[in-house]
Design a protein around this ligand. Structure first.
Ligand code: SF4
Ligand code: SF4
Length: 404
């Protein structure tokens, strides 16, 4: 199949955060130091070159950006300041927008203002809708729980599950596109069905443990990332399956509220630590922050804070204030879920474990067919030039003549 060349690809990627990748002179140092690159999955040098050549469809077929955890080792060692780690992050944003059929992801990643505006509009619509429901249904603002609550749990429950259905629909479509481009259409090797089954446990394993991230050697970043994800997932499960108990009170039901406090606290602490890291730029992965990183963390913080406020106000018997806080909370949580899960940063909760799974599925398929892992004709980027293996790549300290 002919490779389509997009001469404006690098310009486009700059909008997604890849500001320095043009400085790369392909020395291979980044690939040599990356703890996750190997002969089959060689990065970040190769995807950078693919992008510089304008091979957009080859990037569509690549899983490499998802195999990077942005430890920053490559950026620290790059002799040209090309920020390969940031390039991998930008490629993940770009790929997210390629999988998305609506175009919203592309719009939000290229314009922080558009993302904020969408958040505000969806938030106002959600808060206004719930307020109108409470007022028009004749329920009293001073009643927080029970069948006559201002916002009864069964109404919110139905709304939550409807929203989950819509989000799952979009994520399923986007994930199928990822699968088809990278694996299903067989750009590297035709995959036998047995390989899909054999590697299936990798999805929950990587989702819940992020053990690959642990291999980066950035223990603190790993723990913060894992803590944030697990806290969020715990709250998600509590809200989706135990909302009636979460909303009950004012007595504390420790069976669910205890877990909720732990997860809520975990979310608050990890979000604050992440925001502080980005503000102080102490770790390599925090030195470059895209607008979408800030928007996501601030929305998470506001969601967690308003959730806590609503809960505490109900425990102390201030039900009018608790209901007002509940409406405000829904005004943050709805846009966070509706816009971030399928179209923004939160989507990587699905894409990354899926990509890790597909990468191992392809490795298994190559092994089954007896194809050596390092075979240029099989490499998804389609670039036939030799690719330095981590062991073979030799760091270069000065740019070749003629390069900027
Ligand atoms: S280390 Fe070398 S190959 Fe990697 S981004 Fe920097 S200049 Fe490019
Ligand atoms: S940021 Fe870390 S994991 Fe990602 S490509 Fe660079 S060295 Fe590899």
């Amino acid at each position: 199949m002919a490779t389509r060349v997009d001469p404006k690809l690098m310009l486009d990627l700059e909008k997604f955060g890849a500001h320095d990748a043009r400085k790369c002179y392909q020395c291979g140092t980044c690939t040599a130091v990356c703890p996750h690159a190997d002969e089959l999955w060689s990065f970040p040098r190769k995807p950078i070159q693919t992008a510089r050549l304008g091979f957009a469809d080859r990037l569509d077929q690549s899983l490499e950006p998802w195999l990077c955890y942005y430890c920053g080792d490559c950026s620290e060692r790059c002799p040209r300041g090309a920020e390969p780690g940031e390039m991998m992050m930008s490629l993940r944003r770009w790929l997210t927008s390629r999988y998305d059929i609506t175009g919203l992801s592309r719009l939000f990643y290229r314009s922080g203002a558009a993302e904020v505006l969408a958040m505000v509009l969806v938030g106002l619509a959600a808060a206004g809708g719930f307020l109108a429901y409470g007022l028009l249904s004749g329920h009293r603002l001073g009643t927080y729980d029970g069948p006559h609550a201002f916002l009864p749990w069964h109404v919110i429950h139905r709304f939550d599950w409807s929203m989950a259905g819509v989000l799952t629909f979009f994520l399923a479509i986007n994930s199928s596109r990822m699968w088809w481009w990278t694996t299903g259409s067989g750009p590297r090797v035709k995959v036998p069905l047995s390989a899909y089954f054999k590697k299936l446990p990798l999805i929950p394993l990587q989702f819940f443990t992020q053990s690959r991230y642990a291999a980066c050697g950035r223990k603190r970043s790993y723990l913060v990332h894992l803590g944030l994800m697990l806290s969020y997932v715990t709250l998600f499960v509590l809200i989706m399956f135990f909302l009636h108990r979460m909303q009950s009170g004012p007595a504390i039901d420790w069976r669910v509220h205890g877990l909720g406090y732990l997860a809520g606290l975990g979310l608050l602490v990890t979000v604050i630590v992440s925001l502080r890291g980005r503000a102080t730029q102490a770790a390599p992965l925090d030195r470059r922050s895209h607008e979408s990183d800030w928007i996501f963390l601030v929305m998470l913080l506001l969601t967690a804070l308003t959730g806590f406020t609503q809960h505490v106000l109900h425990r102390v018997g201030l039900d009018v204030a608790a209901n007002v806080a509940y409406v405000v909370h829904l005004g943050f949580v709805v846009p966070l879920l509706v816009l971030e899960v399928p179209f923004g940063k939160w989507s990587h909760m699905v894409y990354r474990p899926l990509a890790l799974y597909l990468a191992e599925v392809q490795r298994e398929a190559l092994a089954v067919r007896g194809v050596p892992a390092r075979q240029p004709a099989e490499l998804p980027s389609g670039i036939r030039t030799p690719i330095p293996s981590p062991a073979a790549a030799e760091p270069v300290t000065a740019p070749p003549a003629g390069l900027p």
